[in-house]
Structure formats: structure tokens, C-alpha cells
Design a protein around this ligand. Structure first.
Ligand code: ZN
Length: 239
């Protein structure tokens, strides 16, 4: 089976559409590591798409916050403003869909999807030390995660943690993996292009991908919606 692995779409319809076109023909099914909404201008279109796709998805911290307005006191003012705006414009069926998303990790056909870390959806896995802390909670095989908006992964052999190759890697059945496909809608690794990954389970191959999208349209919609301008500017630089 060939999977398209998505994470952190963040209401960016132009980025999502570009990824679906770019990956077309290279996948059979889609999975989603959370944060469908927050920051971007198109929450309803993105949640409509997710509902209709039927793709397994786990809840991200922004999905939780936008659905029920909890935890907002821990958010910075820009994130808080965008999540309050999102909550206000989400249609009832989309609010209900976000509230029903289950917390990761979730098992999907021999691999796992989760948002932050296996022990806590709000925790960030950035470096080898974070991975070491996650090892006791980690399922065997490959786990895909999001939350950091940084494309790349880690391989764990017993207690040794190393980074995967930055472009693609072959899955060794004796090794555990924590793999971030990158953020579709708000990359923060210095590359503005939408990030995603492809996982071919038969060939045991994971490939990291990037594709360009119409940032100017997303920027314009952010301004028109009255969302903080910084949320549009950061998209141009991938930060
Ligand atoms: Zn996110």
C-alpha cells in the first residue's frame, strides 16, 4: 500500500491542493497527523475535505483548541487570535468533526500516526534527547508525527538515536522510526514549500517531498480575513 502522509495543514487550502496534485498517482490512501486548522484562512474547506476523504486523522493541539477553545491561555497572542477566529467561522458539522478526532497514537495498517509525541500530543520532538524520552512509549516500526513543522525523522536502534537521511530512506524492520512528513500549510524549517511524505509499505520506502504552492493567494486571504499579518508573512520564508 502506498500512503500519502500529511500533517499540520493549518487551514491552508492552496498548500493542500498543491500537495494533492503533486502526489497524484503516487499514493492509494492518505493519513493525517493533525492540526488541520489554526493559523490559516480556510478551516471549513480543509475540514470538509478531510471529512469527505475519510483519511484516518489524529487530533492536533490546534484542532483541540479551535474546537472547544481549551488551553488557549498557553498559546501566544497570534495563535490565540487565529484559533478564536477559527472557532467563530467553523460550521457546526466541522466543529463536531474536530471534537471527535481521537488523540494519537493511532495504529494504521502496521504503522502509527500521532501529533506531538507518543506520550503527549502537546509535546515537541525536535532533537535526539526528545526521541530518547519517547522511546518507552513508542510503538514498534514506523510512527509518523507532526507538531514541530520540521520535516525529517529519527531512527532508533535499541537505545541509539540517529537522524534519517533528509531525502528518503528504506525501513529496516528491526529499527523503530519517528518520522515528521513536514507541514503542509506552515513549514518552519526555512523552506517555504509545502512538506509531505510518501510511504510505500511493500517497498518499505519513505520519501520526503516538497512542492510549491500559491502563497500569494493564501497571504491575501489571511489579510482579508483580518487574521494577524505575520501569519501570512511567515509563509513566504517557511518560518
Ligand atoms: Zn501545527
Amino acid at each position: 500500500m502506498r500512503y500519502l502522509i500529511l500533517s499540520d495543514i493549518h487551514s491552508n487550502l492552496e498548500a493542500l491542493t498543491a500537495v494533492l496534485v503533486d502526489a497524484d498517482g503516487h499514493y492509494d490512501r492518505i493519513v493525517n497527523c493533525g492540526d488541520l486548522v489554526g493559523y490559516g484562512p480556510d478551516p471549513n474547506a480543509v475540514v470538509d475535505w478531510s471529512r469527505e476523504s475519510g483519511a484516518p486523522a489524529v487530533r492536533g493541539n490546534h484542532d483541540k483548541a479551535c474546537a472547544s477553545l481549551t488551553d488557549l491561555e498557553w498559546f501566544n497572542p497570534v495563535a490565540r487570535a487565529s484559533d478564536e477566529w477559527t472557532h467563530g467561522v467553523l460550521q457546526a458539522q466541522n466543529l463536531a468533526f474536530l471534537k471527535d478526532l481521537s488523540m494519537g497514537p493511532q495504529a494504521v495498517n502496521g504503522f502509527s500516526i500521532l501529533h506531538g509525541s507518543p506520550q503527549d500530543e502537546d509535546e515537541y520532538i525536535v532533537n535526539e534527547l526528545d526521541v530518547e524520552a519517547a522511546i518507552p512509549h513508542l510503538a514498534p516500526g514506523v510512527s509518523f508525527f507532526g507538531h514541530t513543522h520540521l520535516q525529517g525523522g529519527f531512527e532508533i536502534h535499541r537505545t541509539v538515536v540517529r537522524r534519517t537521511r533528509p531525502d528518503y530512506f528504506e525501513v529496516n524492520p528491526e529499527v523503530q522510526y519517528l518520522v515528521n512528513p513536514g507541514s503542509v500549510g506552515q513549514p518552519r524549517d526555512g523552506d517555504w514549500r509545502a512538506g509531505y511524505a510518501l510511504y510505500n509499505t511493500a517497498e518499505r520506502l519513505v520519501v520526503y517531498k516538497r512542492c510549491e504552492y500559491d502563497v500569494a493567494s493564501t497571504f491575501r486571504k489571511i489579510i482579508e480575513a483580518g487574521l494577524p499579518e505575520v501569519l501570512g508573512r511567515r509563509l513566504y520564508v517557511g518560518w
